[in-house]
Design a protein around this ligand. Structure first.
Ligand SMILES: [Ca+2]
Ligand SMILES: [Ca+2]
Length: 328
């Protein structure tokens, strides 16, 4: 007995059970589709490729023989679950300011918030916590004043004599300072009280000390001239024969000295007056005494003076005069 092949393709105008093309083979047959079509899963019908792929401008359609068309999407675009379209990427999950994390679980956004923020009631953003307003006394842990900030809060000390302490929460007194010339500074109830040192007086604003001008205000006890200094004053004696006494206030005469041959020295209207011993006479400028020139006259051989007394030695033929001061 011989078996004869049945040509399944004969029917249906040569297409047999195939929608487009039928090839008979011994004991079997195969269906094929025209160009632009793919064989469907039933192995006989054909599907139009271009009707299946719809990648648009975001990708390209890849058709392989006997497989379903598929979009290859360009970077940044997603392939739809059926593989036939390219869609915009999902916007990245974003919770905005104050968030540390954004998640989408089953399409529901959930935000994790940073310290100082809490999630909004719908969980889709983070809201600043107003620490001041939410505290019982409106101050959070500030001592004097609380200011809300995004993600935190800050303290300050409105009174001008106070400042924020290092803990940034409490207030402390500003250092009390009345400046130079002060001897003490205190600020009870925030009002600065300065005490001034000798030679200083309180400035008009009461918050610092300024120099007293003792010369101008006639508060000095200088005998001579007064010169103001910061914190004090200085006396001086303008006349050249006077000098400042050790009390630094009064003036005294300079020590009077006429030198050798003088017996007295005094000042008269700033001029030195010398009294000279015997054998001496005041020098032309009167500030010292000079020896008289020793002269025993023409007939003398020598002249000397001892304790102001002239001693003459006379030449032959001359004799000493009765006053002993000349040879005759
Ligand atoms: Ca805040
Ligand atoms: Ca002064």
């Amino acid at each position: 007995m011989t078996c004869r092949d049945v040509n399944e393709c004969l029917a249906n105008d040569g297409r047999g059970p195939c929608q487009h093309i039928c090839y008979n083979s011994p004991g079997s047959f195969s269906c094929y589709c025209h160009s632009g079509f793919n064989l469907a899963q039933d192995k006989s019908s054909c599907l139009r490729n271009q009707d299946q792929c719809n990648c648009g401008t975001h990708g390209r359609c890849v058709r392989n023989y006997n497989t379903r068309p598929m979009c290859i999407c360009y970077d940044g675009y997603r392939r739809s679950s059926d593989g036939l379209r390219c869609t915009d990427p999902e916007p990245p999950c974003h919770c905005g300011r104050g968030s540390t994390r954004c998640e989408e679980i089953d399409g529901v956004k959930r935000c994790t918030c940073a310290r100082g923020y809490r999630a909004s009631s719908d969980g889709t953003r983070c809201d600043d916590i107003d620490e001041c307003r939410e505290s019982e006394n409106g101050l959070a842990d500030c001592q004097e004043a609380c200011h809300n900030t995004l993600g935190s809060y800050s303290c300050d000390c409105p009174q001008r004599w106070l400042r924020l302490a290092a803990d940034l929460r409490s207030c402390e007194e500003r250092p009390c300072n009345c400046g130079s010339g002060s001897s003490s500074c205190s600020q009870p109830n925030g009002t600065k009280i300065c005490t001034c040192a000798d030679g200083y007086k309180l400035a008009l604003n009461g918050a610092s000390c300024i120099d007293v001008n003792e010369c101008q205000d006639n508060l000095h006890d200088c005998q001579g001239t007064c010169q103001n200094t910061v914190g004090s004053y200085r006396c001086s004696c303008p006349e050249r024969w006077l000098r400042l006494a050790t009390d630094q206030r009064s003036c005294e005469e300079l020590p009077c000295s006429c030198g050798q041959g003088s017996t007295a020295c005094s000042w008269l209207n700033g001029e030195k007056i010398c009294t000279c011993a015997d054998g001496y006479e005041p020098a032309p400028h009167k500030a010292s005494c000079v020896e008289f020139p020793c002269d025993c006259g023409q007939g003398s051989t020598s002249c000397s003076q001892l304790s102001g007394k002239k001693i003459c030695t006379c030449a032959e033929g001359y004799r000493l005069a009765r006053n002993g001061a000349v040879c005759l």
